[in-house]
Design a protein around this ligand. Structure first.
Ligand code: SF4
Length: 381
C-alpha cells in the first residue's frame, strides 16, 4: 500500500489516504470500517481540516486519531493573483521548507489545475525559474490533493469546478512517484458515497522532463493517466544544453518509452516543445521534430517561451539569452509541423503572463520582495 505519511514528517496526513486506507485505520482504532468512509467524506467532499469539527464521528475516535499523530494537511495561502484576462489564477502556498505554486487555467468549458509535486526541483532545466531554486523536498500526497481542493474552491466562486489536472507545476513528478500516484488515485476516486474530488484519469496528465525510470514504471502501473514529455529540442546537443537530464536519458530513449506507453496504455503521449528564439525555433528544428515523431502516435504542444520580465509588474530575471520568437516565426514553425505530420499540433499561449504564470515565477517574485522587506513585515496573505 502506498505511503500514508509525508516524506518528511512522521505524522499521518489523512488527506493523503484512500477510503480503504482510512477504513483500515478506523478498524485499527477499534471502530467500524464505515467510520473511515465518513472521514474521507469530511476531508475530500466537505473540505474539513479540523478533526474536532467532524462532529458525527465519536469523540473517542477523533481523540484516537490525534493520539496516533493523525492530522489533515492544509497549505497556507501566501498569495493569490487573478489574471486581468480572467484566464488564469495563480496561487503561492507555504509548504514546509519552501513555497509552491499552483495555477487554475480557464479555457472554454475547461478548468485545468496545474499542480506542483515538489518544493523546488533538482533537474536544473536552464529555462525554468524553479530549476534555479534547487530541490528542497517532496510534497506528500495530501499536500498535492490539497492544492486541488483549494483550486476547486476558487473555481466554485464562479460556479465552476476543476475539470482537468496537469502535474506540471514545480518539480519533476516522476521523482516523487509514490506520493504523486497516491494523490492521483485519491483525486480519481469518484464513486458512490465516498466520492473524492473526482477528476477522471482521462483528464489527468503527468508531465515529465524525461525521467526514464519513472516513465517505465508508470507504463506498468495500473493508474491510467495521460503522459506528457517535455522535449524542447530536436538534437541531443541542444537538449543537453537546455535540460541536463538528457545526458542520462537522451531523445531516442524518450521516443522509445513514448511508443511503449502508447502500446501498453493505448494513449498517445504529448510532446511539449518550448519555442525559444534562435535556440529551438528554426525550420530545421521543425523538420527534425516531424521526422522524430512521424511514425509515433502522439500529440505535440508548442509553447512559445514565456519571458520573465515581459509583463508589467513582473520583475526581469535573466535566463541566459532565452527569448520568445516573433509571432511570424511561431506561426511558421507550427504550420511546417502540421503540414509534415498527421499529428495534432496545438499552440499553447500562456494565459497568465501578467501574473507570472510560468513555472516558479511567482515564487521568485515573492522571494525577492520578502528579501527586500524588513524581517518583521510578513508576506501578503
Ligand atoms: S522544467 Fe520542470 S523538471 Fe525542469 S527544472 Fe523546471 S520544474 Fe524541474
Amino acid at each position: 500500500m502506498p505511503s500514508a505519511t509525508s516524506t518528511t514528517s512522521a505524522l499521518v496526513d489523512l488527506k493523503g489516504l484512500l477510503p480503504e486506507q482510512l477504513r483500515a485505520l478506523a478498524i485499527d482504532l477499534g471502530e467500524p470500517a464505515y467510520r473511515g468512509d465518513q472521514l474521507f467524506t469530511w476531508i475530500q467532499q466537505q473540505g474539513e481540516c479540523s478533526l474536532a469539527a467532524m462532529t458525527n464521528l465519536p469523540k473517542r475516535f477523533r481523540e484516537g486519531l490525534m493520539a496516533a499523530g493523525a492530522s489533515v494537511s492544509h497549505l497556507q495561502l501566501l498569495e493569490r493573483r487573478d489574471s486581468a484576462t480572467g484566464m488564469a489564477v495563480k496561487f503561492l502556498f507555504e509548504a514546509e521548507a519552501g513555497q509552491i505554486e499552483s495555477v487554475l487555467i480557464v479555457d472554454g468549458d475547461r478548468r485545468t489545475a496545474c499542480l506542483s509535486s515538489q518544493v523546488g526541483c533538482a533537474l536544473d532545466c536552464k529555462f525554468c525559474a524553479t530549476g534555479r531554486m534547487g530541490f528542497k523536498r517532496n510534497l506528500g500526497a495530501g499536500q498535492i490533493v490539497d492544492q486541488l481542493l483549494q483550486l476547486h474552491a476558487a473555481a466554485a466562486e464562479h460556479g465552476d469546478r476543476v475539470t482537468n489536472i496537469v502535474m506540471m507545476g514545480m518539480g519533476e513528478p516522476l521523482l516523487n512517484y509514490d506520493e504523486v500516484t497516491q494523490a492521483l488515485r485519491i483525486i480519481r476516486h469518484g464513486d458512490g458515497p465516498t466520492a473524492g474530488p473526482a477528476v477522471g484519469g482521462r483528464r489527468i496528465t503527468i508531465s515529465t522532463a524525461g525521467y526514464l525510470p519513472g516513465i517505465l514504471r508508470l507504463t506498468e502501473d495500473d493508474l491510467n493517466v495521460g503522459l506528457a514529455i517535455s522535449l524542447n529540442a530536436t538534437t541531443d546537443a541542444i537538449r543537453e544544453r537546455l535540460m541536463p537530464i538528457n545526458r542520462k536519458w537522451p531523445i531516442a530513449d524518450l521516443l522509445r518509452a513514448a511508443r511503449g506507453y502508447f502500446e501498453r496504455k493505448g494513449r498517445r503521449v504529448t510532446f511539449e516543445y518550448v519555442l525559444m528564439d534562435g535556440v529551438t525555433d528554426s525550420d530545421e528544428d521543425a523538420t527534425r521534430l516531424a521526422v522524430l515523431t512521424r511514425s509515433l502516435p502522439c500529440k505535440i504542444n508548442i509553447i512559445p517561451y514565456n519571458e520573465l520580465g515581459a509583463s508589467p509588474g513582473v520583475e526581469a530575471v535573466a535566463f541566459e539569452d532565452f527569448r520568445r520568437p516573433p509571432k511570424s516565426r511561431i506561426e511558421a514553425f507550427v504550420r511546417r509541423l502540421r503540414e509534415s505530420t498527421g499529428h495534432t499540433v496545438t499552440l499553447r499561449e500562456s494565459r497568465g503572463s501578467d501574473i507570472g504564470a510560468a513555472c516558479g515565477q511567482l515564487y521568485r517574485q515573492q522571494e525577492t520582495r520578502t528579501r527586500e522587506q524588513p524581517a518583521s513585515v510578513g508576506v501578503a496573505g
